[in-house]
Design a protein around this ligand. Structure first.
Ligand code: ZN
Length: 340
């Protein structure tokens, strides 16, 4: 019970990449870089196992950015044609590549990484992919002419990738859709449809991660504008409950999400964020336990997966490690209280 997991990303060590940046550059190259990524992934696997995380990830240490790491291997994208784009409805600016032709995936993107990581752990393995709507909010369109059309093209590509990763032994495939929490109407109009296309035919567990974003300053500032109660999930949870996805995430640590919103997704497993992804505070196991118990007042414990609020890529390595340990220890406290 209370199978613990993380949203996905963990900090890349400072010998591998520029630390504490959303898209810090690599410090190695060639074979040394490939070996370094594998070493960093295995170190995080061992840390997760020691912390009692049941469903582990590769920490996304193989990628430079959670969206662009996937896009790098696709055809139809011009990386020289950079567009400065207002991301997540202009919350922050990012220089993004441009789609200039039909999208195609000439070869698997993450398959080698997954095969390697699968061979390194006996724990349940989750792999995260960017969701189609979020990809479309992180790349400029110079070809398709409409976001839904471009999203469906990405969804078909993601589906091929996901099926191969499932065959390589991944237990959970998670699509990261932070954009779901911003474009609430689009979620209903075409976001869920694109998500369904991406997870079509999968028989492993499927998850969607929505959130209020990484612990970067732009997001911290944005959250201050959202008022005393964050009710964005209220609009999309009913849609997600009707969807075919198995697991939905939400952030409950240091957030103003009213926990009774959990009642809007009675048919899904819930990844309950019990550690925040800002570096200013390391939760104690007791704080983690308190957050989990507050969530469990609204949802049966057998549907709860203690989790991080979001990815921890941009925070210091040691802070992320301490949060990981508190997450595992806090979940264990609750299990013991419940006599499990
Ligand atoms: Zn997130």
């Amino acid at each position: 019970m209370l199978e613990t997991t993380i949203c996905g990303s963990l900090p890349r060590p400072d010998w591998l990449a520029e630390p504490e940046k959303l898209k810090g550059g690599w410090k190695l190259s060639g074979q040394a870089l490939e070996d370094g990524k594998r070493r960093a992934a295995v170190e995080w696997l061992r840390h997760q196992e020691a912390a009692g995380i049941g469903t582990v990830t590769d920490g996304e240490v193989f990628r430079i950015h959670f969206v662009h790491g996937f896009l790098e291997k696709l055809q139809g994208i011009d990386w020289q044609k950079k567009t400065l784009m207002g991301i997540r409805d202009n919350r922050y600016q990012l220089e993004v590549p441009t789609v200039t032709g039909p999208l195609a995936r000439p070869a698997p993107v993450h398959l080698d990484e997954v095969r390697y990581v699968r061979g390194q752990t006996k724990h349940h393995l989750k792999f995260t992919l960017p969701g189609p709507m979020t990809i479309c909010d992180t790349i400029a369109d110079g070809y398709y002419g409409s976001r839904p059309q471009m999203a469906m093209a990405f969804a078909d590509i993601l589906n091929k990738e996901a099926r191969e990763l499932q065959a390589a032994g991944v237990d959970v495939i998670q699509f990261d859709e932070p954009a779901f929490n911003v474009f609430l109407k689009d979620v209903k109009d075409w976001g869920i449809e694109a998500l369904h296309r991406a997870l079509d035919g999968l028989t492993c567990k499927t998850a969607v991660h929505i959130c209020y974003g990484y612990g970067i300053q732009e997001n911290i500032d944005w959250k201050k504008t959202l008022g005393s109660e964050w009710r964005q999930y209220e609009e999309i949870f009913p849609e997600l409950n009707r969807s075919r996805v198995d697991q939905v995430s939400l952030e409950c640590a240091a957030s103003k999400v009213p926990l009774d919103l959990l009642r809007l997704i009675p048919d899904k497993e819930l990844m309950v964020g019990a550690v925040a992804v800002t570096a200013d505070h390391i939760e104690t196991p007791e704080e983690v336990a308190a957050t989990l118990k507050a969530a469990m007042a609204h949802v049966d414990s057998n549907r709860v997966q203690p989790c991080t609020n979001c990815g921890m890529a941009p925070i210091p390595y040691d802070v992320a490690l301490a949060k990981l340990r508190s997450l595992g220890a806090g979940a264990e406290l609750v299990r013991r209280e419940l006599g499990q």
